[in-house]
Design a protein around this ligand. Sequence first.
Ligand SMILES: Cc1cc2nc3c(=O)[nH]c(=O)nc-3n(C[C@H](O)[C@H](O)[C@H](O)COP(=O)(O)O)c2cc1C
Length: 201
Amino acid sequence: MKKIKIIAIYGSPRRNGNTATLLQRAVEGARVSGAEVEEIVLRDLKMSPCLEIYGCKNAGECRLKDDFQKARDQVLAADGLMLASPVFFYTVSAHTKIFMDRFQSLWVKKYWIDATRKGQSNSSRKGLFIAAGATKGKKLFDGILLSLRYFFDVIDMQLWKALLYRGLDFEGDVLKFPQYLDEAYEAGRRFAIAIQSEIDQ
Ligand SMILES: Cc1cc2nc3c(=O)[nH]c(=O)nc-3n(C[C@H](O)[C@H](O)[C@H](O)COP(=O)(O)O)c2cc1C
């Protein structure tokens, strides 16, 4: 049986913030289910924002050379992606957004160069998304979920589950909610099982 590979991406500038703590639990759960999990902390990477020069327009390869290429290859080689970001001004953190924007080079490859039709890809790769915000507004995650839908489309992933937590602000707030931590662990565990069972079919 092939061991499945999952990439876990920490998108918060806080190393031990709410989303990082939740993602760590999800990683533990996935490992218990037998997945090989590689972790990437975006704040540790040197990554320019997309400069919109479209150096990618002929080959779909980003012309800016930095830590993006290695992280991109890890994402593309994985069976699943676990991504965690805080809500910043109703969207993802800047670190997460920079990372997502650099995938525009893949969007160019997919839709301009390869002329893929929308909905044509039927990849079984899956994504688990975790977000936390301080307030409790109904629309708190609307912006993020829209961005995420188009990002996942580019990397040929289906959003398997989104764990969205309101009312978490200060570092450590999430520790007051053990049920959230248990839910993240369980989601990671089931995520790996879901990927494994699809691959084994
Ligand atoms: C720059 C910035 C923007 C933020 N914008 C929002 C926001 O729009 N809505 C909200 O509910 N919380 C907002 N917050 C609060 C964070 O989402 C919240 O503290 C979250 O728990 C942080 O997660 P982390 O510890 O994983 O970084 C913002 C915080 C910062 C620093």
